[in-house]
Design a protein around this ligand. Sequence first.
Ligand SMILES: C[S@@+](CC[C@H](N)C(=O)[O-])C[C@H]1O[C@@H](n2cnc3c(N)ncnc32)[C@H](O)[C@@H]1O
Length: 423
Amino acid sequence: MTDARPMEKLRSDEAVGGAGLDSHAAVSGRRSTARRQRSNRARRAKNGLAGSFSRIAKLSYGEASTGNALIQGENLRVLDTLQRGYAGRIRCVYIDPPYNNQERYRHYRDTRSHEAWLDMMVARLLAIRPLLAKDGSLWISIDDREIHYLKVAADEIFGRENFVTTVVWQQRTTRENRKVFSNNHEYLLVYAIDQREFRARRNPLPAGPELLARYQNPDSDPRGPWQSVSANVQAGHGTASQFYDLVAPSGKVHRPPSGRCWVYTKEKMRREIAAGNIWFGKTGQGVPRIKRFLNSSKVGLTPETLWPASEVGTNDEAKKQLLRLFPDEGVFDTPKPEGLIGRVIEIATEPGDLVLDAFLGSGTTTAVAHKLNRRYIGIELGQHAVTYCAARLRRVVNGDATGISNHIGWKGGGGFDFYRALG
Ligand SMILES: C[S@@+](CC[C@H](N)C(=O)[O-])C[C@H]1O[C@@H](n2cnc3c(N)ncnc32)[C@H](O)[C@@H]1O
Protein backbone atom coordinates (compact mmCIF):
# COMPACT_ATOMS: atom_id res chain seq x y z
CA MET A 1 0.00 0.00 0.00
CA THR A 2 1.43 3.40 -0.92
CA ASP A 3 0.18 6.50 0.85
CA ALA A 4 1.99 9.44 -0.70
CA ARG A 5 2.54 11.07 -4.06
CA PRO A 6 5.63 10.13 -6.07
CA MET A 7 8.54 12.57 -6.23
CA GLU A 8 8.07 13.52 -9.90
CA LYS A 9 4.67 15.06 -9.14
CA LEU A 10 6.25 17.40 -6.64
CA ARG A 11 8.85 18.50 -9.16
CA SER A 12 6.27 19.40 -11.81
CA ASP A 13 4.22 21.25 -9.16
CA GLU A 14 7.13 23.63 -8.73
CA ALA A 15 7.27 24.79 -12.36
CA VAL A 16 6.28 28.46 -12.54
CA GLY A 17 3.68 29.19 -15.23
CA GLY A 18 2.40 32.53 -16.60
CA ALA A 19 3.77 32.88 -20.17
CA GLY A 20 1.21 34.46 -22.58
CA LEU A 21 -1.11 35.89 -19.88
CA ASP A 22 -2.14 39.57 -19.87
CA SER A 23 -0.63 41.64 -17.08
CA HIS A 24 -3.64 41.34 -14.67
CA ALA A 25 -3.95 37.65 -15.33
CA ALA A 26 -0.18 37.34 -15.11
CA VAL A 27 -0.17 38.95 -11.64
CA SER A 28 -3.07 36.83 -10.41
CA GLY A 29 -1.44 33.78 -12.07
CA ARG A 30 1.80 34.51 -10.23
CA ARG A 31 -0.16 34.96 -6.99
CA SER A 32 -1.95 31.64 -7.38
CA THR A 33 1.31 29.94 -8.36
CA ALA A 34 2.95 31.40 -5.25
CA ARG A 35 -0.04 30.27 -3.15
CA ARG A 36 0.18 26.78 -4.66
CA GLN A 37 3.94 26.67 -4.01
CA ARG A 38 3.42 27.83 -0.42
CA SER A 39 0.76 25.21 0.17
CA ASN A 40 2.93 22.50 -1.46
CA ARG A 41 5.84 23.52 0.76
CA ALA A 42 3.60 23.49 3.83
CA ARG A 43 2.18 20.07 2.90
CA ARG A 44 5.67 18.64 2.30
CA ALA A 45 6.92 20.09 5.59
CA LYS A 46 3.90 18.64 7.40
CA ASN A 47 4.25 15.23 5.77
CA GLY A 48 8.07 15.10 6.03
CA LEU A 49 9.50 12.29 3.92
CA ALA A 50 6.00 11.03 3.12
CA GLY A 51 5.47 14.31 1.24
CA SER A 52 8.31 13.43 -1.14
CA PHE A 53 8.44 9.64 -1.36
CA SER A 54 5.93 6.80 -1.39
CA ARG A 55 5.58 5.34 2.10
CA ILE A 56 5.17 1.56 1.99
CA ALA A 57 3.08 0.68 5.02
CA LYS A 58 3.61 -3.08 4.85
CA LEU A 59 7.40 -2.66 4.95
CA SER A 60 7.37 -0.05 7.76
CA TYR A 61 7.56 -1.43 11.28
CA GLY A 62 7.29 -0.68 14.99
CA GLU A 63 6.67 2.65 16.67
CA ALA A 64 5.25 5.34 14.33
CA SER A 65 6.64 8.81 13.58
CA THR A 66 10.20 8.12 14.73
CA GLY A 67 11.64 9.91 11.68
CA ASN A 68 13.78 6.81 11.01
CA ALA A 69 13.67 6.02 7.30
CA LEU A 70 14.75 3.44 4.77
CA ILE A 71 14.43 4.79 1.24
CA GLN A 72 14.67 2.44 -1.71
CA GLY A 73 15.87 4.44 -4.66
CA GLU A 74 18.74 5.88 -6.67
CA ASN A 75 20.78 7.83 -4.15
CA LEU A 76 21.53 10.94 -6.21
CA ARG A 77 17.81 11.54 -6.84
CA VAL A 78 17.01 10.86 -3.20
CA LEU A 79 19.78 13.14 -1.93
CA ASP A 80 18.52 15.81 -4.29
CA THR A 81 15.04 15.53 -2.82
CA LEU A 82 16.37 15.56 0.75
CA GLN A 83 17.87 19.03 0.17
CA ARG A 84 14.37 20.45 0.75
CA GLY A 85 13.89 19.35 4.33
CA TYR A 86 17.26 18.14 5.56
CA ALA A 87 19.82 20.79 4.54
CA GLY A 88 22.23 21.37 7.45
CA ARG A 89 20.49 18.78 9.68
CA ILE A 90 22.55 15.61 9.36
CA ARG A 91 25.25 15.15 11.97
CA CYS A 92 27.08 12.21 10.36
CA VAL A 93 27.11 10.74 6.87
CA TYR A 94 28.76 7.33 6.52
CA ILE A 95 29.08 5.91 2.99
CA ASP A 96 30.50 2.64 1.75
CA PRO A 97 30.25 2.98 -2.05
CA PRO A 98 31.24 0.26 -4.51
CA TYR A 99 35.07 0.50 -4.56
CA ASN A 100 35.30 0.09 -8.36
CA ASN A 101 37.19 -3.17 -8.07
CA GLN A 102 35.62 -4.69 -11.21
CA GLU A 103 33.70 -7.38 -9.29
CA ARG A 104 30.16 -8.59 -9.95
CA TYR A 105 28.72 -9.26 -6.54
CA ARG A 106 25.50 -11.14 -5.91
CA HIS A 107 23.61 -7.96 -5.03
CA TYR A 108 25.29 -5.27 -7.15
CA ARG A 109 27.94 -4.70 -9.81
CA ASP A 110 31.16 -2.81 -9.26
CA THR A 111 32.44 -2.48 -12.81
CA ARG A 112 32.69 1.19 -13.84
CA SER A 113 35.58 2.85 -15.66
CA HIS A 114 37.76 4.94 -13.36
CA GLU A 115 36.38 8.18 -14.86
CA ALA A 116 32.74 7.13 -14.57
CA TRP A 117 33.30 5.99 -10.96
CA LEU A 118 34.92 9.27 -9.97
CA ASP A 119 32.16 11.30 -11.67
CA MET A 120 29.60 9.20 -9.79
CA MET A 121 31.34 9.89 -6.47
CA VAL A 122 31.79 13.63 -7.09
CA ALA A 123 28.08 14.05 -7.85
CA ARG A 124 27.14 12.26 -4.58
CA LEU A 125 29.65 14.19 -2.46
CA LEU A 126 28.34 17.47 -3.86
CA ALA A 127 24.81 16.39 -2.91
CA ILE A 128 25.85 15.20 0.58
CA ARG A 129 27.76 18.31 1.63
CA PRO A 130 24.78 20.70 2.03
CA LEU A 131 22.92 18.13 4.12
CA LEU A 132 25.56 18.11 6.85
CA ALA A 133 25.22 20.20 10.01
CA LYS A 134 27.94 22.72 10.80
CA ASP A 135 29.45 20.29 13.32
CA GLY A 136 28.82 17.34 10.98
CA SER A 137 31.25 14.91 9.42
CA LEU A 138 31.49 12.57 6.43
CA TRP A 139 33.13 9.14 6.70
CA ILE A 140 33.90 7.25 3.45
CA SER A 141 34.95 3.60 3.35
CA ILE A 142 37.33 2.89 0.46
CA ASP A 143 40.30 0.71 -0.48
CA ASP A 144 43.59 1.56 -2.16
CA ARG A 145 42.41 1.25 -5.76
CA GLU A 146 40.62 4.62 -5.76
CA ILE A 147 41.44 6.27 -2.41
CA HIS A 148 44.01 8.72 -3.75
CA TYR A 149 41.78 9.98 -6.54
CA LEU A 150 38.80 10.16 -4.19
CA LYS A 151 40.86 12.11 -1.64
CA VAL A 152 41.77 14.77 -4.21
CA ALA A 153 38.15 15.07 -5.37
CA ALA A 154 36.80 15.21 -1.78
CA ASP A 155 39.44 17.82 -0.82
CA GLU A 156 38.07 20.07 -3.55
CA ILE A 157 34.49 19.66 -2.34
CA PHE A 158 35.02 19.84 1.45
CA GLY A 159 38.23 21.94 1.46
CA ARG A 160 41.65 20.54 2.35
CA GLU A 161 41.41 22.38 5.67
CA ASN A 162 38.40 20.21 6.57
CA PHE A 163 40.12 16.89 5.93
CA VAL A 164 40.25 15.27 9.40
CA THR A 165 42.13 12.01 8.96
CA THR A 166 42.50 8.66 7.24
CA VAL A 167 41.57 5.71 9.44
CA VAL A 168 43.13 2.35 8.60
CA TRP A 169 40.79 -0.55 9.36
CA GLN A 170 42.12 -4.12 9.58
CA GLN A 171 39.37 -5.73 7.55
CA ARG A 172 40.81 -9.28 7.59
CA THR A 173 43.12 -11.19 9.90
CA THR A 174 43.93 -14.18 7.69
CA ARG A 175 46.62 -14.21 4.97
CA GLU A 176 45.36 -14.25 1.37
CA ASN A 177 48.02 -16.47 -0.20
CA ARG A 178 46.74 -16.28 -3.81
CA LYS A 179 47.69 -12.61 -4.09
CA VAL A 180 51.10 -10.89 -4.44
CA PHE A 181 50.29 -9.02 -1.24
CA SER A 182 47.58 -10.13 1.15
CA ASN A 183 45.41 -7.04 1.39
CA ASN A 184 44.35 -6.88 5.03
CA HIS A 185 43.22 -3.28 5.43
CA GLU A 186 40.86 -0.66 4.07
CA TYR A 187 40.51 3.04 4.78
CA LEU A 188 38.00 5.55 6.08
CA LEU A 189 38.45 9.09 4.79
CA VAL A 190 37.05 11.54 7.33
CA TYR A 191 35.93 15.08 6.48
CA ALA A 192 34.34 17.76 8.63
CA ILE A 193 32.12 20.57 7.44
CA ASP A 194 34.15 22.79 9.76
CA GLN A 195 37.26 21.26 11.28
CA ARG A 196 37.10 23.48 14.42
CA GLU A 197 33.46 22.63 15.13
CA PHE A 198 34.15 18.93 14.68
CA ARG A 199 37.19 19.10 16.95
CA ALA A 200 35.18 20.82 19.68
CA ARG A 201 32.25 18.39 19.50
CA ARG A 202 33.60 14.96 18.56
CA ASN A 203 33.42 12.29 21.26
CA PRO A 204 36.38 10.43 22.69
CA LEU A 205 36.27 6.63 22.88
CA PRO A 206 34.90 5.24 26.16
CA ALA A 207 37.42 5.44 28.98
CA GLY A 208 39.03 2.16 30.04
CA PRO A 209 39.45 1.10 33.70
CA GLU A 210 42.93 2.69 33.92
CA LEU A 211 41.66 6.13 33.00
CA LEU A 212 38.56 5.83 35.19
CA ALA A 213 40.71 4.79 38.18
CA ARG A 214 42.25 8.28 38.14
CA TYR A 215 38.87 9.70 39.23
CA GLN A 216 38.33 9.36 42.99
CA ASN A 217 36.41 11.15 45.72
CA PRO A 218 38.70 11.71 48.74
CA ASP A 219 36.50 14.56 50.10
CA SER A 220 33.16 12.72 49.49
CA ASP A 221 32.07 15.48 47.10
CA PRO A 222 28.33 14.98 46.30
CA ARG A 223 29.11 15.76 42.64
CA GLY A 224 30.93 12.41 42.41
CA PRO A 225 34.45 11.25 41.51
CA TRP A 226 36.99 13.79 40.28
CA GLN A 227 40.66 14.12 39.46
CA SER A 228 42.81 17.17 40.11
CA VAL A 229 44.73 19.06 37.43
CA SER A 230 47.28 21.86 37.75
CA ALA A 231 45.97 25.33 38.69
CA ASN A 232 48.96 27.10 37.11
CA VAL A 233 50.02 27.59 33.48
CA GLN A 234 53.11 28.88 31.68
CA ALA A 235 53.64 32.58 32.48
CA GLY A 236 54.17 33.38 28.79
CA HIS A 237 50.46 32.75 28.12
CA GLY A 238 49.20 34.78 31.11
CA THR A 239 48.01 38.38 31.57
CA ALA A 240 48.92 40.65 34.54
CA SER A 241 45.67 39.66 36.32
CA GLN A 242 46.90 36.07 36.67
CA PHE A 243 49.92 36.97 38.87
CA TYR A 244 48.85 37.35 42.51
CA ASP A 245 49.17 35.83 45.98
CA LEU A 246 46.47 33.21 46.40
CA VAL A 247 45.15 32.96 49.97
CA ALA A 248 43.78 29.48 50.76
CA PRO A 249 40.76 29.05 53.12
CA SER A 250 43.31 27.83 55.70
CA GLY A 251 45.02 31.26 55.48
CA LYS A 252 48.11 29.83 53.79
CA VAL A 253 49.47 32.05 51.00
CA HIS A 254 50.46 30.43 47.67
CA ARG A 255 52.50 31.94 44.85
CA PRO A 256 52.67 30.43 41.36
CA PRO A 257 55.98 28.57 40.74
CA SER A 258 58.68 30.52 38.93
CA GLY A 259 57.87 31.03 35.21
CA ARG A 260 54.17 30.19 35.83
CA CYS A 261 50.97 32.11 36.66
CA TRP A 262 47.52 31.05 37.96
CA VAL A 263 45.11 29.62 35.41
CA TYR A 264 42.34 32.00 36.63
CA THR A 265 42.28 35.70 37.52
CA LYS A 266 42.09 36.54 41.24
CA GLU A 267 38.33 37.16 41.11
CA LYS A 268 37.55 33.96 39.17
CA MET A 269 39.82 31.98 41.53
CA ARG A 270 37.88 33.36 44.51
CA ARG A 271 34.60 32.20 42.93
CA GLU A 272 36.00 28.75 42.12
CA ILE A 273 37.28 28.31 45.71
CA ALA A 274 33.86 29.34 47.05
CA ALA A 275 32.20 26.79 44.70
CA GLY A 276 34.42 24.00 46.07
CA ASN A 277 36.22 23.53 42.76
CA ILE A 278 39.77 23.99 44.09
CA TRP A 279 41.52 21.28 46.10
CA PHE A 280 44.16 22.14 48.68
CA GLY A 281 44.95 18.54 49.64
CA LYS A 282 43.53 16.52 52.52
CA THR A 283 45.05 18.88 55.13
CA GLY A 284 44.02 22.10 53.33
CA GLN A 285 47.70 23.10 53.27
CA GLY A 286 48.60 21.64 49.85
CA VAL A 287 49.30 23.36 46.53
CA PRO A 288 45.98 24.44 44.96
CA ARG A 289 44.70 22.20 42.13
CA ILE A 290 41.52 22.26 40.02
CA LYS A 291 38.90 19.53 40.48
CA ARG A 292 37.69 18.00 37.19
CA PHE A 293 34.55 15.94 37.70
CA LEU A 294 33.92 12.68 35.89
CA ASN A 295 30.26 13.65 35.34
CA SER A 296 30.87 16.97 33.68
CA SER A 297 33.84 16.26 31.43
CA LYS A 298 34.03 14.27 28.20
CA VAL A 299 36.27 11.66 29.80
CA GLY A 300 37.67 9.20 27.31
CA LEU A 301 40.42 8.22 24.95
CA THR A 302 41.43 10.16 21.85
CA PRO A 303 40.58 7.86 18.93
CA GLU A 304 43.62 6.49 17.13
CA THR A 305 43.79 6.14 13.35
CA LEU A 306 44.53 2.40 13.40
CA TRP A 307 41.36 0.35 14.02
CA PRO A 308 42.30 -3.28 14.61
CA ALA A 309 39.93 -6.16 13.87
CA SER A 310 40.09 -7.15 17.55
CA GLU A 311 38.33 -3.86 18.41
CA VAL A 312 35.87 -3.29 15.54
CA GLY A 313 35.49 -6.65 13.74
CA THR A 314 36.23 -7.94 10.23
CA ASN A 315 34.39 -8.28 6.95
CA ASP A 316 34.16 -12.04 7.57
CA GLU A 317 32.56 -11.57 10.98
CA ALA A 318 30.00 -9.24 9.41
CA LYS A 319 29.15 -11.89 6.76
CA LYS A 320 28.72 -14.53 9.46
CA GLN A 321 26.39 -12.24 11.41
CA LEU A 322 24.24 -11.81 8.28
CA LEU A 323 24.21 -15.55 7.61
CA ARG A 324 22.89 -16.10 11.13
CA LEU A 325 20.22 -13.45 10.56
CA PHE A 326 19.27 -14.56 7.03
CA PRO A 327 20.24 -18.22 6.50
CA ASP A 328 17.95 -18.46 3.45
CA GLU A 329 19.07 -15.27 1.62
CA GLY A 330 22.09 -15.31 -0.71
CA VAL A 331 25.14 -14.17 1.26
CA PHE A 332 25.80 -10.41 1.11
CA ASP A 333 29.42 -10.08 -0.07
CA THR A 334 30.57 -6.74 1.32
CA PRO A 335 28.99 -5.92 4.70
CA LYS A 336 30.78 -3.86 7.32
CA PRO A 337 30.90 -5.14 10.90
CA GLU A 338 28.57 -3.41 13.34
CA GLY A 339 31.57 -2.62 15.60
CA LEU A 340 33.18 -0.52 12.87
CA ILE A 341 30.07 1.55 12.17
CA GLY A 342 29.35 1.79 15.90
CA ARG A 343 32.70 3.41 16.47
CA VAL A 344 32.09 5.95 13.67
CA ILE A 345 28.67 6.85 15.05
CA GLU A 346 29.86 7.12 18.65
CA ILE A 347 32.72 9.45 17.74
CA ALA A 348 30.67 11.63 15.38
CA THR A 349 27.23 11.93 17.03
CA GLU A 350 25.14 12.09 20.21
CA PRO A 351 21.94 10.11 20.89
CA GLY A 352 19.08 11.65 18.90
CA ASP A 353 21.34 12.99 16.12
CA LEU A 354 20.58 12.18 12.48
CA VAL A 355 22.83 9.73 10.61
CA LEU A 356 22.67 9.13 6.84
CA ASP A 357 24.02 6.29 4.69
CA ALA A 358 23.43 6.65 0.93
CA PHE A 359 24.92 3.22 -0.04
CA LEU A 360 23.19 1.14 2.60
CA GLY A 361 23.94 -2.38 1.31
CA SER A 362 22.79 -4.89 3.93
CA GLY A 363 21.64 -2.11 6.29
CA THR A 364 24.50 -2.11 8.82
CA THR A 365 24.47 1.66 9.40
CA THR A 366 20.74 1.86 10.07
CA ALA A 367 20.81 -1.22 12.33
CA VAL A 368 23.67 0.25 14.39
CA ALA A 369 22.22 3.78 14.47
CA HIS A 370 18.92 2.32 15.72
CA LYS A 371 20.63 0.33 18.49
CA LEU A 372 22.63 3.39 19.52
CA ASN A 373 19.49 5.53 19.75
CA ARG A 374 20.35 7.80 16.82
CA ARG A 375 17.82 8.79 14.15
CA TYR A 376 18.67 7.74 10.61
CA ILE A 377 18.02 7.77 6.88
CA GLY A 378 19.34 4.87 4.80
CA ILE A 379 19.23 4.81 0.99
CA GLU A 380 19.64 1.64 -1.06
CA LEU A 381 18.84 1.06 -4.72
CA GLY A 382 18.68 -2.73 -4.85
CA GLN A 383 15.93 -5.13 -3.84
CA HIS A 384 18.07 -5.91 -0.78
CA ALA A 385 16.60 -2.66 0.62
CA VAL A 386 13.65 -4.99 1.32
CA THR A 387 15.27 -8.42 1.75
CA TYR A 388 18.14 -7.22 3.93
CA CYS A 389 17.76 -3.63 5.20
CA ALA A 390 14.07 -3.68 6.19
CA ALA A 391 14.16 -7.31 7.36
CA ARG A 392 17.26 -6.57 9.47
CA LEU A 393 15.70 -3.49 11.04
CA ARG A 394 12.56 -5.46 11.92
CA ARG A 395 14.78 -7.86 13.83
CA VAL A 396 16.52 -4.92 15.52
CA VAL A 397 13.16 -3.49 16.64
CA ASN A 398 12.29 -6.97 17.95
CA GLY A 399 15.49 -7.09 20.02
CA ASP A 400 18.08 -8.69 17.68
CA ALA A 401 20.92 -10.14 19.80
CA THR A 402 23.64 -10.17 17.10
CA GLY A 403 26.38 -7.61 16.27
CA ILE A 404 26.90 -4.94 18.91
CA SER A 405 23.66 -5.83 20.76
CA ASN A 406 25.20 -7.66 23.73
CA HIS A 407 27.97 -5.12 24.13
CA ILE A 408 25.54 -2.21 24.44
CA GLY A 409 22.68 -4.13 26.11
CA TRP A 410 20.22 -3.75 23.20
CA LYS A 411 16.74 -5.01 24.12
CA GLY A 412 14.62 -3.78 21.19
CA GLY A 413 12.06 -1.03 20.61
CA GLY A 414 11.48 1.92 18.28
CA GLY A 415 10.44 1.76 14.65
CA PHE A 416 11.07 2.94 11.09
CA ASP A 417 9.27 3.86 7.89
CA PHE A 418 10.03 2.39 4.48
CA TYR A 419 9.75 4.64 1.42
CA ARG A 420 10.17 4.16 -2.30
CA ALA A 421 11.59 6.75 -4.64
CA LEU A 422 11.53 4.67 -7.77
CA GLY A 423 10.49 6.47 -10.96
C1 LIG B 1 29.60 -1.82 -0.52
S1 LIG B 1 27.89 -1.93 -0.48
C2 LIG B 1 27.51 -1.24 1.11
C3 LIG B 1 27.65 -2.25 2.20
C4 LIG B 1 27.18 -1.76 3.54
N1 LIG B 1 28.09 -0.83 4.15
C5 LIG B 1 26.93 -2.90 4.51
O1 LIG B 1 27.45 -2.89 5.64
O2 LIG B 1 26.20 -3.81 4.13
C6 LIG B 1 27.39 -0.70 -1.60
C7 LIG B 1 25.88 -0.62 -1.81
O3 LIG B 1 25.59 0.56 -2.55
C8 LIG B 1 24.46 0.29 -3.36
N2 LIG B 1 24.44 1.30 -4.43
C9 LIG B 1 25.29 1.41 -5.46
N3 LIG B 1 24.96 2.47 -6.25
C10 LIG B 1 23.86 3.02 -5.68
C11 LIG B 1 23.04 4.13 -6.02
N4 LIG B 1 23.32 4.88 -7.09
N5 LIG B 1 22.00 4.42 -5.23
C12 LIG B 1 21.72 3.67 -4.12
N6 LIG B 1 22.46 2.60 -3.76
C13 LIG B 1 23.53 2.27 -4.52
C14 LIG B 1 24.69 -1.13 -3.84
O4 LIG B 1 23.47 -1.72 -4.27
C15 LIG B 1 25.30 -1.77 -2.60
O5 LIG B 1 24.30 -2.40 -1.86
